[in-house]
Write a protein that binds this ligand. Structure first.
Ligand code: HPA
Length: 264
């Protein structure tokens, strides 16, 4: 059976309208899901089989506040295979399921001295530094997707408003995508700073491009787990990313749940 039919069969009366992709540190969001139905990616034809610790590989269906959601706990990264279109099928399926909005989350390094670890950042734009596209080979004129307002300014205003109400500082900035899977060099971090980046990471950008091609609105949030290479004496590692992400997790998930609840 194809993934869409499997999901429809198990969803019962749930009709998700908002798709969410959870990156490292954002797993706490699932605690805010009621009427939850869990579907392991292993049951979903064409969904990614995650290889990274901290990414669980489960599709959650359920409700967050007033919204019905489809939450992907775990994504496919470009660095796993070199192909950057690993999320094309899952996002197409979630769009076909009825999702009009994609909410993305990730863990990222800060390249701004005034944005320390544990900060939360709304992504307002991105730099596709590898210049890889998940749309390569796609046919049709709509493959030439506009990336203006890719991170929906209305959703961004809403997120800023909710954060303010909670008294949570929400930075705003540009996310620079590095393919990975090695961390950046200090010279690459200085380059990112000069190019106008605020944060660096290894995900999210391909999914934003795919979602815009599908006509979905995108909102994206980064949890800052470290300063970029060379900016502090911290040693970078995935273990460090996960431990920092764990610490900021409850606050981040609460903010995210409230934002999702408020989406029109
Ligand atoms: N670089 C790239 N990806 C990351 C980082 C980083 O410093 N921190 C968390 N994900």
């Amino acid at each position: 059976m194809n993934a869409l039919d499997t999901i429809r069969q198990r969803a019962g009366p749930l009709q998700p309208r908002i798709a969410v992709v959870l990156g490292s540190g954002w797993g706490g969001l699932t605690e805010h899901i009621t009427e939850a139905v869990e579907i392991p990616y292993t049951d979903l034809a064409g969904f990614p089989q995650p290889t990274v610790a901290g990414h669980s590989g489960i599709l959650w269906l359920g409700r967050i506040g007033a919204q019905t959601v489809a939450v992907m706990s775990g994504r496919k990264h470009g660095y796993e295979t070199g192909a950057v279109d690993g999320m094309a099928l899952p996002l197409q399926v979630l769009k076909n399921l009825g999702c009009h909005t994609l909410v993305q989350t990730n863990a990222a390094g800060s390249v701004r001295p005034d944005m320390p670890p544990q900060s939360l950042m709304l992504i307002t734009d991105h730099l596709n530094l590898p210049q890889h596209s998940p749309l390569v080979g796609v046919a049709g004129n709509d493959r030439f997707v506009s990336m203006v307002n890719a991170y929906d300014s209305e959703l961004n205003r809403l997120a800023a408003h909710i954060a303010k109400g909670l008294g949570t500082t929400l930075f705003e900035g540009v996310y620079a995508w590095f393919l990975g899977q090695q961390f950046e060099t200090p010279a690459e971090i200085r380059m990112a700073q000069r190019l106008g980046a605020d944060a660096v990471g290894m995900s999210t950008v391909p999914e934003t491009i795919l979602a815009r091609h599908l006509g979905m609105r995108v909102l994206a949030l980064s949890m800052i787990t470290n300063f970029g290479a060379g900016m502090s004496s911290e040693l970078l590692s995935h273990t460090h990313t996960l431990s920092q992400a764990q610490e900021g997790s409850a606050r981040a998930s609460r903010l995210l749940a409230d934002i999702i609840d408020a989406i029109e």
